[in-house]
Design a protein around this ligand. Structure first.
Ligand code: SF4
Length: 220
């Protein structure tokens, strides 16, 4: 039976196909990102999570075509099986423009019907991010894209292979994420192995997120 999620940094993550469309779902990938991405090596098999590109397409199809209630129930069942409260969007791939309404509908349905599931993830899709800043961090290439914008951002440092989590008004605690640990430039005690459950507990990284304390205005 098709498994939708894989264990990934202490969360249950959904992996969509990598690469620019039509090869994958990374519609907003930048030249810098593509140059550093292992998708460019044309891997058929992702060693880190042991999942083939073909299976990623099957998972993607399931998310796009099955009833949203099924998807959310199955995600909830699988993350319970993985013993984590965290559902990690886009362990690979992203939300294409044509899928934005669909992904938003799934995200919102999950919030309303499985409020104990903690959703998080990274996207370069601005419309998706703007609709659910309490869930997604927006990946941008440099700090100049962050100015005066509310929300959490992820700025890749390709050289160090780190995602720097940041916000316009302040430095995110423990926000130097990957590939082995989450570190903090100012407070060494906030550093820990890369594990989203640790971030959730310590309110660091993606979870040092003022947006998470705000109501999403979703009503049942
Ligand atoms: S910063 Fe923390 S919560 Fe975000 S992806 Fe990295 S380990 Fe997970």
């Amino acid at each position: 039976m098709l498994k939708l999620l894989r264990p990934f940094t202490g969360a249950g993550a959904v992996f969509f196909p990598i690469g620019l469309p039509p090869k994958g779902t990374c519609q907003f990938a930048t030249p810098k990102c593509i140059a550093s991405c292992y998708a460019e090596y044309d891997v058929e098999y992702d060693e880190e999570v042991r999942i083939s590109q073909k299976e990623k397409w099957q998972i993607y199809k399931y998310f796009m075509e099955c009833p949203i209630e099924w998807i959310c129930d199955k995600v909830k069942e699988e993350i319970d099986g993985l013993q984590t409260p965290i559902f990690h969007w886009f362990g690979s791939g992203d939300c294409q423009t044509e899928n934005t309404d669909r992904i938003l509908a799934i995200t919102n349905f999950m919030s309303l019907n499985h409020p104990d599931v903690v959703q998080m993830g990274f996207t370069r899709n601005t419309k998706l991010w703007e609709a659910r800043k309490d869930v997604f961090a927006l990946t941008v290439e440099n700090d100049s894209e962050i100015k005066n914008r509310e929300g959490i951002f992820s700025v890749p440092d390709y050289k160090k292979q780190v995602s720097v989590m940041t916000a316009a008004a302040y430095r995110v605690r423990g926000g130097q994420c990957g590939p082995d640990d989450c570190s903090d430039l100012d407070e060494p005690k906030l550093s820990h192995d890369i594990n989203c459950q640790m971030c959730l507990r310590m309110r660091t990284g993606c979870f040092d997120n003022v947006m998470r304390d705000k109501s999403t205005n979703l009503k049942k």
